[in-house]
Design a protein around this ligand. Structure first.
Ligand SMILES: N[C@@H](CCC(=O)N[C@@H](CS)C(=O)NCC(=O)O)C(=O)O
Length: 211
């Protein structure tokens, strides 16, 4: 398999962690796409992913998976052990609910703030080929949403070892990446968020978190 990666960007980190948890990271050919150099906008990369984003996982039969979600689903189906999306039907539903929350309340909030405020993203307020202008109010709204996300995260974890319960899942992966991504806009877990901090310590000390 070929893995189109960017070592500094949050979304490919989600796929990298999942690959590492499945014990597959060393088996894929990794191709670094420099977002700093705008390599994702090149015609060569557009032929690989017309949405101009990383990660991309290219399977041995040539099928290309163009999102973290697609990659999570493929890995879980093709390499079921260890499970990352729940073991029972109910757990799978709970993980999917949490994963959506992490995407929407977390990832999209931080991205909304960053893309609408950082000067280098002027005219690039969304990913992809369309040149949307920044809207400063959306930057402020994204910051407020991201702040609420970190403040509510402690209650979401509660006294459970992991977000979905007693097992590690893609929801933990996405949440870890979101919380590290939020530092880019200077938003951190509150000092007194004991559950969230205990969870963060546990998930970020797994070997997969450092890949
Ligand atoms: N939800 C998508 C998001 C992919 C995405 O937005 N990736 C960013 C890096 S974190 C990207 O490729 N950005 C390209 C750009 O900014 O032009 C996924 O997880 O695959």
């Amino acid at each position: 398999m070929k893995f189109y990666d960017c070592s500094t960007a949050p979304s490919p980190r989600r796929a990298r962690i999942a690959l590492a948890e499945k014990g597959l990271l060393d088996t894929v050919e990794r191709i670094e796409v420099s977002l700093r150099e705008k390599e994702q906008m090149s015609p060569a990369f557009a032929a690989i992913n017309p949405y101009l984003t990383v990660p991309v996982l290219e399977l041995d039969d040539g099928t290309r998976l163009l999102s973290s979600t697609g990659i999570y689903h493929y890995l879980e189906a093709a390499f079921p052990e260890p499970p990352l999306m729940g073991r029972t039907a109910a757990e799978r539903g709970v993980v999917a609910d949490l994963e959506w929350r992490m995407e929407w309340d977390g990832f999209s909030a931080v991205g909304e703030c960053l893309r609408n405020t950082v000067q280098g993203m002027a005219g690039r307020a969304t990913t992809g080929p369309d040149p949307y202008e920044q809207i400063p109010e959306l930057g402020e709204r994204g910051r407020a949403r991201a702040q609420r996300f970190v403040e509510r995260f402690d209650a979401l974890v509660g006294d459970k070892p992991f977000l979905a319960g007693d097992f590690y899942s893609i929801a933990d992966i996405t949440a870890l990446v979101v919380i590290d991504f939020a530092k880019w806009i200077k938003i951190k877990l509150p000092e007194d968020a004991a559950n969230a901090r205990r969870w963060y310590e546990a998930v970020s000390s797994r070997p997969s978190a450092a890949v």
